[in-house]
Design a protein around this ligand. Structure first.
Ligand code: PEP
Ligand code: MG
Length: 762
């Protein structure tokens, strides 16, 4: 069954036009299952109706004409119940409604299954049979499995179709693409796909105006590609491995007119343009390779696609005269990439960067944290789009709601611009009070620290408020290199940071790689990286890396007295003891090295991150071995809720306002106060307006956040009394969900005159 299913879905994917793909699907289902009819209805939410989109077995002329209300008939019932409906005699069912246009009088048995994607009913797929019978369990399971796979394809095809010009003259229509709120704020700009190379996968099939021109275009594209491939293979020396040579042999074979060419030209004769014909044939080939057992042959699918992308590029450049060059960023750009990286952001001119869309990742991926640090609105995890589809499109980006509006209608655009203006007015109000102390009207003093390290320039810029760095993430300089930085290289870097604020505490965290922060030169391949070898686990297993880093920190601090060292991902007391032992070793080594010189080495304070739930139950023991605690609410949320912070599929479940997370945070501050260990929160919640108020209500006095949010949080603290924050906290702690917590926060902010501009969780 699985093979049949795979084949049917694969065939459907090959057909770039959704309506045609759905037709093919119904035909293939009817053939393989021997039922009398298979049909697909898609939901039209604007009109609250299901529309018959494809059928093999009902009257074809009724396609697009038959519309069934969401609460009507058996189709409506399947949609309402969101489960399969298997009926022996459909006309005898109380919900049966007769639609004469579809001509289903001869069918008695009915099986309908909803097509659902991310909890939303997209449509209904049905099988019908003349005889009166109940469909078997196998048939039901088949249809349910098929519907689940088709749901994803429908979503993808719908977005691709809306964002592309499917006919030569059409322009894209407005389309809202959902993602996850990555960094708050609103932005208007033009899509700039960082690495949008020409890719057949993004090509939407078009009909051509004449086949002779298209055949010539295809042949010219192939010729240009053949020359490129010849040049490439000539450039290879004798010593290259056989498998690389064989790729070129495969290329030559495919470029042969009797191979791909014949099939592509046949498609062109059917009315498609050269590029679309190439796409259809190549994706079919690639699918066949991908379905082969042998992993080597599966890999060849990639080669075929790669070669075809070259042909497509040549068709577009040499034949159609399209300009395909590396673009330079323009003003008001919305950067779009599969996965936005720190180096990508470093390369992009900050003055042009209005917003960020990352296809992968979630709101606590490090790309999102970096976006927040830069104050650039971002939407993460837009799973159904590829960067090329948003390239050059006008985009409204809502970093609060996690929504990207492509090719907006004029009324939506002007509403958006109005909101942006209102935000600016508020920002000015906040800026006026930026230098005033962080103290609530009833005298609760807060210390606001900066989180730094993700990007060196933006974070400390122009912030006179901060009382130091609460978290310096050392991993980024490691990630941007091609090897581990030497001790001396690290000394230079850390010295700069320590000297930038010699009288303020600077908390440097030891290397926290692994998870979503890989080192290119130290690959770790794990099934479950966030539960794997990361943070202190990795560095304790490699004392040579840990010791070099700690030695570098200590040497950088010579003559200064502001270094604090923080250990990430601590799970147990033994890790702290081991790390302390190594820090002691480094301390004595450096002490020995500077003997006789006029240099002073001060002993740094040592603290740990509280981000693994186990430590919540060992705080009394841990308190004896450390000078301070710092709560990493980002990871604490991930591990308490068992939700991967980087996985956009479960991003709606990842929320640090979950009442359980809030209770844990509350518990930590009470225990830390009890054991007289200073405690900071350095996870993202500390820099969010709602979060900062709740933390104040819990009794935290130290928050560390990105420099961008610092002013906003300072302003809020100055405007909210401790008493008010405690009242808000007690509502939040007794809430049943993070949504309810947000509601309380929003109401509270509303009363304070902040409207929807500083939204909960933003
Ligand atoms: C955290 O986990 O809350 C934290 C501050 O560290 P990071 O986001 O770098 O994992
Ligand atoms: Mg962490």
């Amino acid at each position: 069954m699985l093979t049949t299913l795979k084949r049917i879905v694969q065939e459907m994917i090959q057909i770039p036009v959704l309506d045609e793909a759905l037709f093919r699907l119904t035909t293939r289902v009817k053939q393989t299952t021997s039922v009398d009819s298979c049909s697909i209805y898609l939901a039209d939410y604007d009109n609250q109706e299901f529309v018959l989109k494809a059928t093999d077995g009902l009257a074809r002329e009724s396609v697009e004409l038959v519309r069934i209300g969401f609460s009507e008939g058996l189709i409506g019932l399947v949609g309402q119940r969101e489960e399969p409906l298997n009926i022996e005699n459909a006309p005898g069912h109380p919900r049966f409604k007769h639609y004469p246009e579809v001509k289903e009088e001869n069918y008695l048995a009915f099986l309908g299954t909803p097509i659902i994607h991310q909890r939303r009913v997209l449509g209904v797929i049905t099988m019908q049979q003349g005889e009166m019978r109940r469909f078997s369990e196998d048939e039901e399971a088949f249809l349910v499995t098929l519907a689940a796979q088709v749901a994803l394809e429908i979503t993808n095809a719908d977005i691709r179709g809306a964002l592309s010009n499917t006919s030569v003259d059409a322009s894209p229509r407005q389309k809202n693409v959902r993602g996850v709120a990555g960094s708050p704020g609103l932005a208007v700009g033009k899509g700039f796909a960082f690495d949008a190379k020409i890719d057949l996968r993004n090509w939407v099939a078009r009909k051509a105006r004449g086949d002779i021109d298209e055949i010539n275009a295809y042949r010219t594209g192939v010729e240009a590609t053949r020359k490129e491939v010849d040049n490439l293979s000539k450039g290879l020396d004798e010593g290259i491995p056989e498998d690389v040579k064989s790729i070129f042999q495969l290329y030559h074979h495919l470029l042969d007119a009797n191979s791909l060419g014949r099939e592509v030209e046949a498609k062109i004769h059917q009315g498609w343009d050269a590029a679309s014909s190439l796409k259809m044939v190549v994706e079919d080939y690639a699918a066949r390779f991908q379905n082969m057992e042998d992993p080597y042959m599966q890999e060849r699918a990639i080669d075929i696609i790669d070669l075809s992308n070259r042909i497509l590029t040549n068709i577009l450049i040499t034949v159609k005269g399209q300009k395909v060059e590396r673009k330079t960023p323009q003003e008001d750009s919305i950067l779009i990439a599969d996965e936005v990286s720190a180096s990508m952001l470093a390369e992009f001119p900050a003055q042009y960067l209005k917003g960020i869309v990352s296809v992968r990742g979630s709101n606590n991926s490090h790309a999102a944290i970096l976006a927040r640090a830069m104050g650039v609105p971002a939407v993460m995890g837009c799973q159904n789009v590829s960067p090329g589809l948003l390239d050059e499109k006008e985009i409204l980006l809502d970093g609060y709601a996690g929504e990207v509006i492509v090719a907006p209608a004029p009324s939506i655009r002007s509403e958006f611009l109005q909101l942006i203006q209102e935000e600016q007015v508020l920002a000015e109000r906040i800026a006026e009070e930026a230098d005033r102390p962080s103290e609530s009207p009833d005298g609760w003093k807060m210390s606001l620290y900066v989180n730094a390290g993700l990007s060196t320039e933006t974070e400390m810029a122009g912030n006179s408020l901060s009382v130091g760095i609460g978290l310096y993430r050392t991993e980024i300089p490691f990630m941007l290199r091609e090897r581990f930085p030497s001790e001396q290289e690290q000394v230079v870097l850390y010295r700069q940071i320590l000297e930038s604020a010699p009288n303020l505490p600077i908390t440097m965290r030891t290397l926290d790689v692994g998870g979503d922060k890989p080192l290119p030169y130290f690959p770790i391949s794990e099934e479950n990286p966030f539960l794997g070898w990361r943070g202190i686990r990795l560095t304790l297993d490699h004392p040579e890396i840990f010791l070099v880093q700690v030695r570098a920190m200590l040497r950088a601090s010579l003559g200064l007295n502001n270094l604090q060292i923080m250990l990430p991902m601590i799970t147990s007391v033994s890790e702290v003891k081991e790390a302390n032992r190594l820090i002691d070793q480094a301390f004595y080594e450096i002490g020995d090295e500077i003997k006789g010189q006029q240099l002073v080495l001060n002993r740094p304070q040592i603290g740990i991150m509280l981000e693994v739930p186990s430590v919540l139950y060992q705080l009394p023991q841990l308190a004896k071995h450390v000078d301070f605690f710092s709560v990493g609410s980002n990871d604490l949320t991930q591990y308490l809720l068992a939700v991967d912070r980087n996985n956009s599929r479960v991003a709606n479940l990842y929320n640090c306002y979950h009442p359980a997370v809030l209770s844990a945070l509350y518990d930590i501050v009470k225990q830390a106060d009890n054991y007289k260990v200073p405690v900071t929160v350095c996870g993202e919640i500390a820099g969010e307006p709602g979060g900062a108020i709740l933390l104040m209500g819990m009794g935290y006095r130290k928050l560390s956040m990105n420099a961008y949010n610092l002013r906003k949080v300072n302003w809020l603290i100055r405007n909210v009394s401790l008493k008010e924050s405690k009242r808000l906290l007690s509502c939040a702690l007794t809430a049943t969900s993070h949504e309810q917590v947000f509601q309380h926060i929003n109401e509270f902010l509303e009363q304070k005159g902040l409207g929807g501009l500083i939204r909960a969780g933003a």
